[in-house]
Design a protein around this ligand. Structure first.
Ligand code: ATP
Ligand code: MG
Length: 384
């Protein structure tokens, strides 16, 4: 019988919470495969998917590769864990003139042969049926794995396909991703998702300074994250008035700093209104003036209770771009539509803002009223 073997790693570390983590992982796997025909079985330290149509195998594998908390998978053949059954299956292999190695793993130590002896014996079986094949211990072209489990079953497979790793989505709670149209914030959303944080997203637009296309771009980015982080409630807030007021009243070098402090205040309110426990941004240390230590001190400083997660903080742009490419958001992120931050961009933003100056600049505005006005105009879209 053809099956897909699923392996999970870090769940083991979680002690008493393990059951909770596992039930979340299983729930996520099943919901990922919704609409497919399949059977799910939990065996010793593995999950086994079976009962699917052969033609769907590839598609199912692709879906499973997006589930956080799975470490690897293999397309395998399930066999009774007997010498005869395994030998009969190995006899069927056609390797042509390839080099190979047989790997045997026994969880069941009562199996009558040692792993080494059985691997050697099976190697002989392969050679007797494939006269041109050769054993190669160090760098074989084909790896034949036999995994003998405790449930009376054995699995034969070639490759181990790497999955996302991480922790099951949902096990770390729920947070709010500040989603711009750039490269970094979608990556940040993916990275916290990978540690189990479910997300809603908040986007600030500056319509009519920014276009409908900029809005579509953010919707597309959210959609591209959905296969990993599940459906996203996207909060859209107009930032136009705030930007105009800052532009008219505050010192240009503090424009971005004040904007970001207001974004953070609004983000915390959106968290409170939607029961979200953390704010997530795509900031990376030193990338731009608003991402220095001093800038993050004054922008993070307005957030009273929630932690701010900045998963890209130590990553180089190149590294962030590589993740964006791997998850499929990069091409959308580089589309050239204006972001709200670029609309009123000052020439020389302050690199080391001080809290005193921020407060002085903000004294020229009615921050409370601006925040309330932004929140009153909030629009939400569920992206799935
Ligand atoms: P990104 O590539 O994610 O846009 P960036 O390098 O352009 O990041 P900034 O524009 O300084 O950096 O923004 C830093 C972070 O602030 C972003 O990663 C994002 O989390 C948040 N942010 C910026 N602009 C917006 C916006 N218009 N709406 C929501 N969040 C935003
Ligand atoms: Mg940006």
């Amino acid at each position: 019988m053809k099956v897909i073997l699923l392996r999970f790693g870090e769940l083991y570390l979680k002690g008493d919470n393990r059951h909770l983590f596992e039930s979340m992982l299983i729930r996520n796997i099943k919901s990922k495969l919704q609409g497919e025909q399949f059977k799910f079985e939990k065996t010793f330290g593995r999950y086994v998917i079976s009962g699917y149509d052969d033609g769907r195998e590839k598609a199912i594998v692709e879906k499973l590769k997006q589930v956080f908390g799975l470490y690897s998978l293999s397309c395998a053949v399930e066999l009774p864990a007997t010498i005869e059954a395994i030998t009969a299956e190995v006899e069927k292999l056609q390797l042509g003139n390839k080099t190979f190695k047989v790997f045997v793993k026994r969880a069941d130590k009562k199996f009558p042969l040692s792993s080494m002896d059985f691997a050697k014996q099976l190697g002989g079986v392969v050679l007797s049926k494939n006269h041109q094949a050769e054993v190669e211990l160090y760098n074989p072209q084909v790896e034949i794995h036999i995994d003998i489990r405790l449930n009376g079953k054995a699995y034969m497979f070639y490759d181990t396909i790497k999955c996302q790793g991480g922790l099951p989505l949902g096990c770390a709670g729920r947070g709010l991703l500040l989603l711009s149209g750039g490269i970094d914030s979608p990556v940040a959303g993916y990275l916290v998702g990978k540690r189990g944080l479910e997300i809603e997203a908040l986007h600030f637009h500056s319509y009519p300074y920014t276009s409908e296309l900029a809005r579509d771009k953010v919707l597309t980015l959210a959609k591209e994250l959905v296969p990993y982080v599940g459906k996203i409630k996207l909060h859209m807030i107009s930032f136009t008035k705030v930007q105009e007021m800052i532009h008219m009243n505050c010192s240009p070098e503090y424009m971005i700093t004040i904007m970001r402090r207001i974004m953070m205040r609004i983000a915390e309110r959106v968290c409170e209104n939607n029961n979200l426990g953390a704010i997530v941004t795509g900031e990376s240390l030193g990338q731009v003036a608003s991402q220095t230590m001093q800038s993050m001190t004054v922008t993070g400083g307005v957030v009273k209770i929630k932690p701010i997660f900045r998963p890209c903080i130590t990553m180089d742009k190149e590294e962030i771009m590589a993740v964006a490419q791997a998850i499929g958001t990069y091409e959308t992120s580089i589309l050239p539509y204006e972001d709200c931050c670029t609309v009123f961009l000052p020439k020389n933003p302050v690199i080391k803002p001080t809290i005193d100056r921020c407060e002085r600049e903000e004294g020229k505005l009615n921050i409370e009223a601006l925040v309330e006005e932004c929140l009153a105009g909030e629009e939400t879209i569920v992206v799935e």
